[in-house]
Design a protein around this ligand. Structure first.
Ligand SMILES: [Zn+2]
Length: 81
């Protein structure tokens, strides 16, 4: 009977430790996701000087700090006009 009681206590401790670990992992995962999404949402949008389309700064073809294009094609077209 005493052995069974110890078994129950140890089982309860193991379950508690697993629960705490799982909660910590979930917290950590959420912590990693959160800083990413606002950064993506806040990426600077730049207007193409040729067609006026807005494109993320990372995808834009930059000529000068104030002149950007959605594609290489539009950059060439802009200067040939
Ligand atoms: Zn364009």
């Amino acid at each position: 009977m005493r052995l069974l009681l110890w078994g129950v206590i140890i089982f309860a401790i193991v379950m508690l430790v697993l629960h705490v670990k799982k909660a910590a992992i979930q917290r950590r995962d959420r912590g990693q996701e959160n800083p990413q999404s606002p950064v993506e949402a806040a990426e600077t949008m730049i207007r193409c000087a040729q067609c006026g389309m807005h494109i993320p700064a990372s995808e834009a073809v930059l000529v000068q700090s104030d002149l950007a294009f959605c594609s290489e094609e539009h950059r060439l077209k802009h200067f040939s006009d």
